[in-house]
Design a protein around this ligand. Structure first.
Ligand SMILES: [Zn+2]
Length: 481
C-alpha cells in the first residue's frame, strides 16, 4: 500500500518567492527563454531553486519534450524530496534499474501517489510524458486531487484536467481556461489532443503553479492569474465539462454518473450550448473503388524520428521508430509490385523528418504527402501504454479515410491474429493535415511483452507489410499479387 505523504511544500515556496533578487542574478538569462514569454517566471524560479535546471547554463530548451523520469525528478524536488534522507522503495518496475539516476525520484513520486507505472511492471522512464500524464502528476502532487479523479468523466484523464483547470494549475499554459469577455461570455477553451507530448515549458509552468497552490497564503509576492470563475466547468457545478480531443468543434462532455452527453459550443459565442444534430452512427456513402493502381501514389510514413525530437515509444528493448521503419521498408516493394508509386517520409532508418519540434516533424510528413499529390497516406506506429492488439485510425469525418482504415485493419488483424481493437477516428496531426485518404496503423503494443515479441520479429514485420499491402489493394479494388 502506498502512503500519501502530503507534507506541504509551503516552506519551500515561501523561500522561493521571498528571495527578492535582481533579475540579472535570478534570471538565469537562458538565451532561449524570452522575458516576454508566459513561462519566464516559472522557468527562472524553478531553475534558481535547482528544481528544474537548464540543458546548459544558458539553454533551457523550453519546447523540447521531457521524459517521464525527468518529470519525477522535477516534482520530487518541488515537494520536499531530500536525496540524503529519502530511502527509495523497492519498485515493481522492471525498467527502473537499481542504479538508475532517477530511482529515488521515481520512488518518491510513486510512494506519494503522484504517478503510476505504464503497466504493472513497466514505468517507461525514458518515454516522453504526455500532457495528460503530467497534469495527473501535478494534480496529485499539489494535493488538490488523487487517483479517485480517474473515475470521473469519459476518459481516465478527464477528472484530472477538469480539476487542474479549476485550481489554476493550467494557468500560463496553452490550456489555461479562457476568461469572460466584456459581454460576459466565456470563449471556448483550447482543444485538447490526447497523447500530445508535454514540453519542458509546460512542465515548468504546471509545476510552478502546483507549488503556488500548495503554498497558498505565502505567495503574495507573485502575481499569477487565478483560474477564471467563468469557465464552463464552474458554470455547471454538477457536471464535468471537457473539451473533446476528436473534433474541431468546441465540444464538451457533460457527465452524469456512468453516462455522458456531448454538447457543442459554437465557436462564435452566438449560441449557447446546443445539443448537436443527431449523427446516426456511420455516414452512408457509396464507395466505388478505383479498380486500378495505375499512377497512384502512396506515401508511407514510418512514424517518428530516429533521434532528437519526435522519437517514439520504447519497450522490451525495442524502439517504435525502428519498428515502424522496418515495416515500412518491407511494405514499399510490395506496393510497387502491385503497381503503386511509393514515397517514404523517412528513406533510411537513421533519417529524421524534421528535428525542429514535434509539430514540425508531423507537419512535414503531411506536407510531403500533400506536395507530391499523394492518393493515399499511411502512417505506421506502435502503441504503448499497456494493452494488446491492433487498431487503425482515420481522421474524424473522413469517409475515404474510414474505408482505407477498415481495409487495413481487417487484413492486419486477419494476418497477425492478436486482438482487434477496431477502427477509430481521431484528429491526429498527420491525419487532419493530409488532403487524401489517410490512415494511421497502431501495429501492436511495444510495452507489452507478447506484442513486442511480434513487433521485433522480422518475419512478423514482413507479414504486417503484406497485410497492409493487401488492405491497400482492397481499398483500391485490385487483386493483391
Ligand atoms: Zn507513434
Amino acid at each position: 500500500m502506498r502512503k500519501r505523504l502530503r507534507a506541504a511544500a509551503a516552506g519551500l515556496v515561501f523561500m522561493l518567492v521571498s528571495a527578492v533578487l535582481p533579475a540579472a542574478v535570478f534570471g538565469k538569462d537562458f538565451k532561449d527563454v524570452s522575458v516576454m514569454s508566459s513561462y519566464y517566471t516559472a522557468v527562472n524560479k524553478l531553475s534558481e531553486s535547482k528544481i528544474m535546471v537548464g540543458r546548459s547554463d544558458d539553454i533551457f530548451a523550453p519546447n523540447d519534450n521531457i521524459k517521464r523520469a525527468e518529470v519525477c525528478a522535477v516534482l520530487a524536488r518541488a515537494n520536499d524530496y531530500s536525496e540524503s534522507q529519502y530511502n527509495a522503495q523497492k519498485l515493481p518496475f522492471s525498467d527502473v534499474s537499481n542504479d538508475s539516476w532517477a530511482k529515488g525520484y521515481i520512488s518518491f513520486c510513486y510512494e506519494n501517489g503522484y504517478v503510476n507505472g505504464m503497466s504493472e511492471d513497466s514505468f517507461m522512464p525514458d518515454g516522453y510524458i504526455t500532457r495528460e500524464q503530467a497534469i495527473k502528476m501535478v494534480v496529485c502532487a499539489s494535493g488538490v486531487g488523487d487517483e479517485a479523479l480517474a473515475a470521473v468523466g469519459p476518459k481516465w484523464y478527464s477528472g484530472y484536467i477538469n480539476k487542474a483547470s479549476k485550481e489554476g494549475l493550467l494557468n500560463g499554459t496553452e490550456l489555461e481556461p479562457p476568461k469572460a469577455d466584456e459581454s460576459g461570455k466565456t470563449p471556448p477553451p483550447a482543444r485538447f489532443d490526447e497523447g500530445e507530448y508535454a514540453t519542458r515549458q509546460f512542465v515548468a509552468q504546471v509545476t510552478f503553479n502546483s507549488m503556488l497552490v500548495k503554498g497558498s497564503g505565502k505567495t503574495e509576492n507573485i502575481t499569477v492569474a487565478q483560474a477564471s470563475q467563468d469557465t464552463p466547468a464552474d458554470a455547471y457545478e454538477e457536471e464535468i465539462w471537457m473539451p473533446s480531443q476528436d473534433d474541431e468543434a468546441w465540444r464538451y462532455y457533460q457527465y452524469y454518473g456512468e453516462d455522458y452527453e456531448e454538447y457543442i459550443k459554437e465557436e462564435q459565442n452566438e449560441k449557447d450550448y446546443t445539443v448537436p444534430e443527431e449523427t446516426a452512427g456511420e455516414s452512408v456513402i457509396e464507395y466505388v473503388p478505383r479498380g486500378s493502381s495505375d499512377g497512384m501514389l502512396v506515401v508511407i510514413d514510418p512514424g517518428h524520428n530516429y533521434n532528437g525530437v519526435d522519437t517514439g515509444a520504447v519497450g522490451n528493448g525495442l524502439r517504435e521508430q525502428d519498428i515502424t521503419f522496418y515495416i515500412a521498408e518491407k511494405l514499399k516493394p510490395l506496393l510497387e509490385r502491385n503497381g503503386f508509386d511509393v514515397i517514404m517520409t523517412r528513406n533510411s532508418l537513421k533519417e529524421n523528418v524534421s528535428n525542429e519540434s514535434v509539430s514540425a516533424s508531423l507537419a512535414r510528413r503531411a506536407d510531403i504527402a500533400n506536395r507530391n499529390g499523394a492518393d493515399l497516406f499511411l502512417s505506421i506506429h506502435c502503441n504503448a501504454g499497456g494493452g494488446t492488439g491492433i487498431e487503425t485510425y482515420y481522421c474524424t469525418g473522413s469517409d475515404s479515410g474510414r474505408i482505407l482504415a477498415d481495409c487495413i485493419q481487417t487484413n492486419v488483424v486477419d494476418e497477425i491474429g492478436i486482438r482487434d481493437r477496431g477502427v477509430k477516428s481521431a484528429r491526429y496531426a498527420v491525419l487532419r493535415n493530409t488532403n487524401m485518404a489517410a490512415a494511421l496503423l497502431e501495429t501492436a503494443f511495444i510495452d507489452t511483452a507478447s506484442d513486442a515479441a511480434i513487433l521485433g520479429n522480422p518475419e512478423y514485420q514482413q507479414r504486417y507489410a503484406e497485410a497492409i499491402a493487401r488492405g491497400i489493394c482492397d481499398y483500391v479494388g485490385i487483386e493483391y499479387k
